[in-house]
Ligand binder design. Structure first.
Ligand code: SF4
Length: 641
């Protein structure tokens, strides 16, 4: 087989069984790769709504993209798919680094992990040799210790994917980490590994990856690389990482602070990517496998009381959620909290959003000193914030357990209308740091995201029109450049729909989404040509985008089995009902009427029912998902046409 290795590896931890299956050729045409084929596998194994995240029948699936391991630029990403523990719904998370390419070199396109091990275990893969090792020594180790431990055992050329103590303790915001600092962070996939007693997967591989038409493949890959090198967005990402945009976002009064009660801070510089670089904290720029952009960072504090604190990042989201969010506009404060989260395996977005909710709850008297185990929480208090986050990762005491369960469960437990200042939507995921009140396509994309309200299923960055390339994308979708403005609600459904498909195929091929929806060197046309050259499967832009829509619809169907309806497609209460604090859009909300209009148009474009949000039978059939429609019909989950 070309591009793919043609093999799905299954590991059953309950039965201590390992087997391999061929990758069906038909799936490569219908779902292309990683995220798409993962969605199909999750449907096949876990469509029964009785299968919850902690049920041994839940599977967790890992997959590098269709062209991962080749010379295509920035194509080393890995998708992880399971029933999520934060929402109880479909979960896909995605990470960079080098683990995915190594898995391809070992000869596998997907790993499906079934069951639960009786005792702490890890999986070792060395080409055709696959083993499950019971290893209680590994349990309790942090991410760096785990990486070192596995490398000592299996060689420094092996690549590790693992969970930290937060995943072991089933913290719902726990993050799967790979190659030390790369995170499949959102939605609590690490807790699914934790409940399976699966600490890590160590991989080593030596097999080549072949492409069908090497000359044509090299030409398209070169075209992509050159477009990325010229792209202004990609240049900015290389220079200061994702954090390079902090000052610009602050200028727009769109930088959430104090649990989204402010959108602007007076002196933002200390929490910008520029500050991390210029003050000497940045030690090196890091690139994932085959990446020409190299947006990832490695930072360290050299002197003072915190000398020696070092970790990957910090990213925009981390500087927002752990810096401006809890009132810590201080470079070293964020580096300290970032290092703790990375080491303990905790998603920095969820950690920051939950701690802000806890601080506000304490300020309002909804949480008492007894609830916080004596911590006097408050804005701008590093020591207390740090302590709260460590407690969360370790589920230590009342506060640790409350925070460890995430906002959905915490607000139910605490009551007193604390959901009103919890920054999550009805699905229950903590929102990433995009001020959706002033970015309307983002608002719609967040509301309909099947895993909850964040930017990592559909990145609609182009609506800002921040570069000529972004404006061109909006013109291509809507027919007019004038829609490249985040404040308009017009054409947002069209913009979201296009980005959903584009984002999905980007991941399915294994590309970093920064290449197609933040920078724009990779696009549906060159992805189609590259896929055809790589696999020999006939492909054009329209057919490839259609595979994206098929997968998005399948992901939606998965949530339909769990009873998700239109009412789950909303935004956090505060953002729907409280106006932005300052700036050009002072007073602006994501009010329910405005959202309803965008949803109507979005469901119409999808050919989904307006009342329930569920796809019709004819919609499934047009996308060759007839079996999905048949299954849903048994539960009465097909709306009348
Ligand atoms: S752009 Fe950044 S996150 Fe994406 S593949 Fe490159 S280094 Fe990794």
């Amino acid at each position: 087989m070309y591009a793919h290795q043609g093999s799905i590896l299954h590991v059953d931890l309950t039965e201590d069984k390992i087997w391999k299956e061929p990758l069906p050729e038909e799936w490569r045409k219908l779902y292309v790769g990683s995220r798409g084929i993962n969605a199909r596998l999750l449907w096949d194994y876990c469509k029964d709504p009785d299968i919850t995240w902690d049920d041994p029948r839940n599977v967790i699936i890992y997959a590098p993209g269709a062209v991962t391991g080749t010379t295509a630029p920035a194509s080393g990403r890995t998708s992880v798919t399971t029933v999520g523990c934060t929402t109880g719904l479909y979960l896909k998370s995605n990470m960079g680094g080098h683990w995915g390419a190594e898995l391809k070199f070992a000869g596998y396109d997907h790993i499906v992990v079934h069951g639960e091990a009786e005792r702490p275990s890890y999986i070792e893969i060395n080409d055709d040799h696959v083993d499950i090792h019971e290893d209680t020594d590994l349990w309790g180790k942090d991410v760096l210790e785990t990486d070192t431990y596995l490398k000592k055992k299996h060689g420094y050329d092996s690549k590790g994917l693992y969970i930290g103590p937060a995943g072991e303790k089933l913290v719902r915001g726990a993050s799967i980490m790979g190659s030390c600092y790369h995170a499949a962070g959102r939605g609590g996939g690490a807790a699914v590994m934790g409940v399976k007693n699966l600490k890590a997967i160590s991989v080593k591989g030596t097999k080549p990856i072949r492409v069908k038409d090497p000359k044509r493949f090299a030409e398209v890959a070169k075209e992509m690389r050159e477009l990325l090198i010229e792209d202004s967005g990609a240049q900015g990402l290389h220079e200061h990482g994702t954090a390079g945009s902090m000052a610009g976002v602050n200028e727009l009064h769109a930088l959430p602070g104090k649990n989204w009660q402010t959108g602007h801070t007076e002196n933002v510089y200390p929490i910008t990517g520029q500050a991390v670089t210029e003050q000497g904290y940045l030690k090196r720029r890091v690139a994932c496998f085959g990446c020409t952009i190299g947006c990832h960072r490695y930072s360290e504090i050299d002197e003072g009381p915190h000398a020696g604190i070092a970790s990957g990042g910090p990213e925009y989201e981390t500087l927002g959620a752990l810096g401006n969010g809890p009132g810590l506009v201080d470079t070293e404060a964020v580096l300290i909290l970032n290092e703790i989260c990375n080491r303990l395996g905790l998603d920095t977005i969820t950690a920051g959003t939950v701690v802000q909710w806890a601080i506000e709850s304490y300020e309002r008297g909804v949480l008492t000193k007894e609830d916080t185990d004596g911590l006097e929480l408050g804005w701008g208090k590093l020591e207390e914030t740090k302590e709260a986050i460590i407690k969360m990762a370790e589920r230590d005491g009342s506060l640790g357990n409350l925070m460890g369960d995430g906002l959905k469960i915490a607000t139910e437990q605490v009551g007193q209308e604390s959901y009103k200042w919890a920054i999550m939507n009805s699905k229950g995921l903590e929102q990433s740091n995009v001020e959706t009140r002033s970015a309307k396509a983002y608002a719609l994309a967040f509301a309909v995201n099947p895993r909850g309200n964040d930017h990592l299923m559909t990145e609609t960055f182009a609506e800002f029109g921040a570069s000529p390339e972004a404006v061109e994308v909006i013109e291509k979708i809507t027919g007019d450049k004038k829609y490249a403005t985040p404040h308009s609600t017009e054409k947002r459904a069209e913009i979201v729909r296009w980005h959903e498909d584009c984002y999905e195929i980007t991941e399915a091929l294994g590309f970093c989404v920064f290449t197609s929806t933040a920078a724009f060197g990779v696009n549906p046309d060159n992805m189609a040509r590259l896929y055809e050259a790589a696999t020999g499967i006939e492909m054009d832009e329209e057919t490839l985008m259609r595979t994206g829509r098929r997968v998005v619809t399948l992901e939606k169907a998965f949530n339909v089995t769990r009873g998700a309806t239109r009412k789950h497609d909303d935004l956090p209460y505060r953002l729907m009902h409280e106006g932005a604090a300052s700036g050009p859009l002072k007073g602006e909300t994501n009010n329910p009427e405005e959202l309803a209009k965008m949803l109507d148009r979005y469901y119409t474009l999808h050919e989904w029912d307006l009342k329930t949000s569920w796809p019709y039978r004819s919609t499934y059939e047009k996308l060759q998902l007839d079996d999905v429609a048949d299954y849903l019909e048994r539960f009465g989950r097909l709306p009348e046409e």
